[in-house]
Design a protein around this ligand. Structure first.
Ligand code: A3P
Length: 300
């Protein structure tokens, strides 16, 4: 497998898989990972597939649970791992064996998703989270998941994040790519939601998702789904099939804090200024306005 050790400015290394010029996490549980990634473009979609698309750490697990409950019309968690329904973490065969409707997810760029999802006009849900909280969440993910063999400091990590020396590359390239693709393929069924809006108005967002999916959603159902998918409940129940040996000290870290604005506890003033400067330069042409605190959300 083409495993690479990606260094940052201070020489800290992160182990990643490099395929077709893109970085991926190394998955010891997936046999033939490189081959699966290379073959993925030819995978077939089903017209009732739903595909959740997000840069890592943007709330994919949360939205995945909500969508499964909406399609099942029940606020009950069915034990399964989001990763088993993730394009790049699963084998083509395992996905073929899933029953319909499949709720799939991916961190891949739109251009790297199997073409059949576009041909069959599958519904795609795009989840966006403010990049400062994504950076903090991704840092904790990288230091806690053993396969990355990464133990750098937060101080040096921010540069790594800003310049995309992580799996799936740069947040900026990812969101700019998706923004452009959704404009170019405006005839496809896309639904965008943000991590922050899901925090602020969960029931409203759940109803909007139901409308997009074409399923009914009473006020009781949106209320119950919101409660069952709250951070507190999801953290308590964890992912029942999760392999805890993948995590440092056997402590799974997928449900870490679940806040909007945790970045304030991590960014120094200088880091914040540097981040803002990079953001303004890279996102000059973008129509996206990230929400960095819930207070700010009220005034938008
Ligand atoms: P933090 O590390 O900031 O806590 P993903 O699912 O895309 O990997 O995103 C993971 C992030 O979403 C983590 O953020 C995780 O705690 C948060 N998260 C997961 N489930 C959540 C929920 N039900 N409510 C709020 N945040 C949730």
């Amino acid at each position: 497998m083409p495993v690479v050790k990606v260094a940052d400015d201070v020489g800290d290394m992160m182990s990643l898989l490099e395929v077709n010029g893109r970085y991926f996490p190394i998955l010891r549980t997936l046999h033939h990972q490189e081959e699966e990634l290379r073959n993925m473009t030819s995978w077939t979609a089903r017209s009732d597939d739903v595909l959740i698309c997000a840069y890592p750490k943007s709330g994919t697990h949360w939205v995945w649970e909500i969508v499964k409950m909406l399609l099942g019309q029940k606020a009950v968690r069915i034990p399964s791992m989001k990763e088993s329904a993730m394009l790049e973490c699963s084998s083509g065969l395992a996905l073929q064996n899933m029953s319909s409707p499949r709720v799939l997810n991916t961190h891949m760029l739109f251009s790297d998703i199997p073409k059949d999802f576009v041909v069959k006009k599958c519904k795609m849900i795009y989840v966006l989270r403010n990049p400062k909280d994504v950076a903090v969440s991704f840092y904790n993910h990288h230091v806690r998941l053993l396969d990355y063999e990464y133990s750098g400091s937060w101080r040096s990590y921010l540069g790594r994040f800003l310049y995309g020396k992580v799996d799936y590359g740069s947040w900026f390239d990812y969101v700019l790519h998706w923004e452009k693709s959704m404009k170019a393929f405006a005839d496809l069924p896309f639904h965008t939601l943000t991590y922050e809006s899901l925090h602020k108005c969960p029931e409203h967002e759940i109803k909007s998702l139901a409308e997009f999916l074409g399923v009914s959603c009473s006020s009781d159902l949106s209320h119950d789904i919101s409660a069952q998918c709250s951070f507190r409940v999801m953290k308590k129940e964890k992912d029942p099939l999760e392999d805890i040996t993948e995590w440092k000290d056997g402590e799974p870290g997928m449900y870490r804090k679940g806040h909007v604005g945790d970045w304030r506890n991590w960014f120094t003033v200088a880091q914040n200024e540097m981040f803002t400067a990079v953001y303004e330069q890279k996102m000059a042409e973008s129509g996206i306005t990230p929400v960095y605190t819930l207070h700010e959300y009220q005034s938008t």
